[in-house]
Design a protein around this ligand. Structure first.
Ligand code: NDP
Length: 284
């Protein structure tokens, strides 16, 4: 019986991969094995109609937590007992943690990004250009705001989505945020410290190009990509060639896994073990 209390449960949408080929499962289970934890992390497909029952079931069976991916990131909220700070601001949960008898919703996407970024440069006081206003960009922008970033320029193709994110950053975090609607090649303003691709441009598309005037990237700027496959995107290569410090999306993926394991188990897992397991599962 005691082992069943140490069971993690990943709720995913019906479009998700099965457990056997899921790199996240491999990464998290590698951490458990490495640290001698008799825990399991399993992937399960849950339909939107069954989400409430699945959450109640996980609680009843003593699960210590679970991740949830699209389409459950917002709709899971009414089934939880509370939210962590950043999840409450962004209104999306990808990681649920049992605290006492409560299931609390957290969001580790932005925290994973911040951990990667802050291994290179602190976010506090920095000026940031962020391409994108979807789920990943929203999570990153909120964590940057909570970490004390001075200014964020959101550059997004769709104006309503960009405007919604800027309003959230201004209203809930009192952040100096502005929207640039993305038309043609964007020139990064002088004085920018950090440039982030938070869009899906480049995912599984090594040749895909971000509409960006590369001459505006200055040596010393930190450039990061959320795209993790390929690990080295064209955007990162172009930026590195301009003398920028590049941070890949695989680090963000590993770090959000690390934050999840920390939340669930209380231990700080070995990052190298997790990255190697992830790379192996992704065939890298
Ligand atoms: P969403 O669908 O929520 O958002 C996509 C964003 O990309 C939107 O801002 C969209 O703009 C923009 N976009 C897509 N195609 C184009 C294009 N051709 N031109 C201009 N803008 C474009 O996706 P997510 O935010 O959930 O995911 C984004 C990326 O982040 C994915 O590649 C995902 O794999 C990655 N990711 C990585 C993680 C990691 O740990 N490394 C974690 C989570 C996500 P518009 O609003 O105009 O449509």
């Amino acid at each position: 019986m005691s082992e069943s209390r140490n069971f993690l449960h990943e709720l995913t949408g019906s479009m998700s991969q099965g457990a056997a080929g899921n790199p996240t499962v491999a990464m998290i289970e590698a951490a458990f094995a490495h640290h001698g934890l008799h825990w399991r992390y399993v992937n399960m497909e849950v339909t939107p109609a069954d989400l409430g029952a699945a959450v109640r079931g996980a609680k009843a069976m003593g699960f210590r937590g679970f991740n949830c991916s699209l389409p459950h990131k917002v709709t899971v909220i009414p089934h939880l007992d509370g939210l962590g700070e950043s999840a409450a601001v962004m209104g999306a949960v990808n990681c649920v943690v049992r605290r006492g008898e409560k299931f609390i919703g957290e969001n580790t996407d932005g925290k994973g990004f911040l951990k990667s970024l802050e291994s290179v440069v602190p976010a506090k006081g920095k000026s940031v250009v962020l391409f994108g206003a979807g789920g990943a960009a929203r999570a990153i922008a909120v964590e940057l705001g909570l970490a004390g970033t001075k200014r964020i320029t959101i550059v997004n193709r769709s104006e309503p989505r960009g405007a919604e994110l800027v309003a959230l950053l201004r209203d809930k975090l009192k952040l100096d945020a502005e929207l640039v609607v993305w038309r043609g090649d964007y020139a990064v303003p002088a004085g920018t410290d950090i440039v982030i691709n938070g869009t899906s441009i480049g995912l599984y598309a090594p040749e895909a190009r971000l509409a960006l005037d590369l001459r505006s990237l200055q040596p010393g700027m930190v450039v990061a990509d959320v795209v993790f496959s390929p690990v080295r995107t064209r955007f990162l290569d172009d930026a590195a060639a301009r003398g920028c410090r590049a941070i890949d999306g695989l680090g963000m993926l590993v770090n959000q896994g690390i934050v999840g394991v920390q939340y669930w188990t209380g231990i700080t897992p070995d990052a190298d073990v997790m990255r190697r397991a992830l790379e192996a599962a992704m065939g890298l």
